[in-house]
Design a protein around this ligand. Sequence first.
Ligand code: PLP
Length: 829
Amino acid sequence: MEEAACISYDNAIEELRAREYPMLQGTTYLDHAGTTLYSKSLIERFSTDMISNLYGNPHSASNASQLTTRRIEDIRLRLLKLFNADPQEFDLVFVSNATAGIKLVMDAFRDQEKGFWYGYHRDAHTSVIGVREVATEHQCFTSDAEAEEWIERQDDGVARPGLFAYPAQSNMNGRRLPLDWSRRIRTRKQGVYTLLDAAALVSTSPLDLGDADNAPDFTVLSLYKMFGFPDLGALIVRQASAPVFDRRRYFGGGTVEMVVCLKEQWHAQKADSLHERLEDGTLPIHSIMALDSAMNVHEELFTSLDQVSKHTTFLAKTLYEQLSALRHGNGESLCQIYQDPASTYGDARTQGPIVAFNFRNQHGGWVSNAEVEKLAAVKDVQLRTGGLCNPGGIASSLGLAPWEMRENFSAGQRCGNDNDIIRAKPTGMIRVSFGAMSSLKDVNLFIAFVSEFFVQRSLPVVTSPITSVDLDPPLQSRLHVESLSVYPIKSCAGFSVPPGIQWGVRPEGLAWDREWCLIHQGTGAALSQKRYPKMALIRPSIDLDKGLLRIELVGALRNTTRTHEITVPLSADPRLFKIDAVYRNANARVCGDSISAKTYRSSEISSFFTQALGVACHLARFPAVSNASGSSRHSKAHLQKYRRAGAMQIPGAFPDAVPITPGACVPKRILLSNESPILTISRSSINRLNELIKAEGGKAAQAEVFRANIVVAENPVYPPGLEDPYAEDDWRYLQIGQQYFELLGACRRCQMVCIDQQTAEKNQEPFVTLSKTRRFDGRVFFGEHTCHVPFEDVSTPFGQNPTITVGDVVRSYRDDEVHQYDHLQALVG
Ligand SMILES: *Cc1c(COP(=O)(O)O)cnc(C)c1O
């Protein structure tokens, strides 16, 4: 349609709306993909029909019954014709909604002798995905290319019938999928039937089933999505594929000619038509009558589905263009629109009238959809947010790995939940969808709403101590992050964060650090390397791609069990833990303090660790946060002990072997809550320590024995000999990349530093030399307790998801330097 024609049609809709849709007054309804609206005329026409006719139950011979039967058959025919489907070639089964249609097909396949194979497209609605649970085998096609490749592939023989299901239009982003797959699958994939979910498509678009050879075997749709009323669905079956239902075992009232129920249990199924066999019980007769009125009125108001398609396509294109053009005052765009790369707004073959998106603030951080919903409610804008019943589409658009969806679920994220940004990723989206009676006014109102509340025109008044100006990492510095390590299982080997990976920093430490522990089956105490040095040979690693914690036995432990590797999902899915009858809440004791942990119920996991260490133990996980608002994830009670140690300051009197820096005894403030038990050590301090050890003929210590999280080293581009050992004694703050950390105090050491982390053997060093050179008041210190200082302003990506990376530039601030930096002063508070 020409633009001018579109606008004049839109004007006509606007007039019609005032008359036919009084419920739209004062509101902006943008959820037609949920359901469209019924017109006043439809309800009046239906009520007149009801009042002027007597309709009986169809299954009898009375006049009233005959009238009902006749009308229903007429309406069935009329609906088939709406899709240009020849009744010789197709039958139409009335069902309560699209989902019920899908389940009828599912039941027929479940009744097949050898079960069935089920394939479904990533963009499928939840109701379509659920079929996989009864399939013998199933496969999710994660892209069109994967589906195409499968269609083209020549299979040799099939073990069992197959069903391939996909949506004609995604209910998430309105993307329209190729309709020729049905034909191609029929010609190329022997024994595979096709199920087309047309529920979203036909609400605003015609569907032509004129050529039965090219049509899907089964097509489902929701009539309320087309007409707003009645609440009905339909399943259209190609007659040629009807035999799939021959194995149907259930029969209900209305679907059988005769049932013998007492002695010889026998029944005669109705044989005339498929719908007679499938419509169990009394049909929703009044709803079917209403459908007749619905089709009449729809035609009168909107002419045809083709016309509706043109109009809504125009509206969606306009909205898409305007949303794309919205920018914050600093030029950053507001909307992240989830458009499929294969679709084009304005082209009805590839794109329906739905726009799915999220907002970003001017710093590039995500705007919470809970906030959008609240404002929309205030302004009476009706839209849909959340997971949109399309898990595959959501996961791929938002880049959520399966473990993240599970993890989000475990962390309390459900459809329609407040806490919708996790790890700086949105967990749902906003969906705007149009219907036949939508108009440009809706588009304009929505754009005005978005501009008013979400476009940030000028830089905001700084409420946070740290502004974006301070966020630039220091360009040049003597120091950088040499390595990052986490210790996923307390007291077991560390996992080295690979270079280039942005690693999360949480209020309770680096991501995945000491997330798990091993607890003694008898005492419930957490095992530690001090007593079980071989724990150093249990080497966990974090596989974020696969969502797994991989645990490998190395060195002397390799032959203690039949397998030397097991995996545990990263997901905190409660089903994997023993709680109550099914799972068990263990009261573990870590460093003498009682904490609650959850033990894994798999005996395979327990026996793996038990055999490896020779002590009966369980793997346990610290409980997950109940929300992402920053409350401490663990009751890592053992860390309080460190905290107390950390509070102890290194007194000014250093032993002679250590150069004394002036002002070394400035007391460091300890935060009370949420401080992050990160351990930072310095490469030049290790080097100094090892020089002294070697001078005495001892064995140099590797950095691993200190079990640090962050190793800070002199930048290799700086000339050698400029090392500054134990400078960390004076550090008060560190800026690492874009994050700030506070140093809480020195870390007190025990003989655990003497366990060689490669062999689990005990040495004397480095503890002996440490005690000679780093002992104060009878305590030995090495390394610094560190906590992350979160930004108060969490509107930026680095505020929403703080991360650090190996190689990050590090800048240190001594206490006496803090006053020179405004932003640091603000940090200190
Ligand atoms: C709405 C919708 C469904 C589910 O329809 P019901 O009528 O709720 O059963 C299935 N698939 C798609 C694509 C939809 O839009």
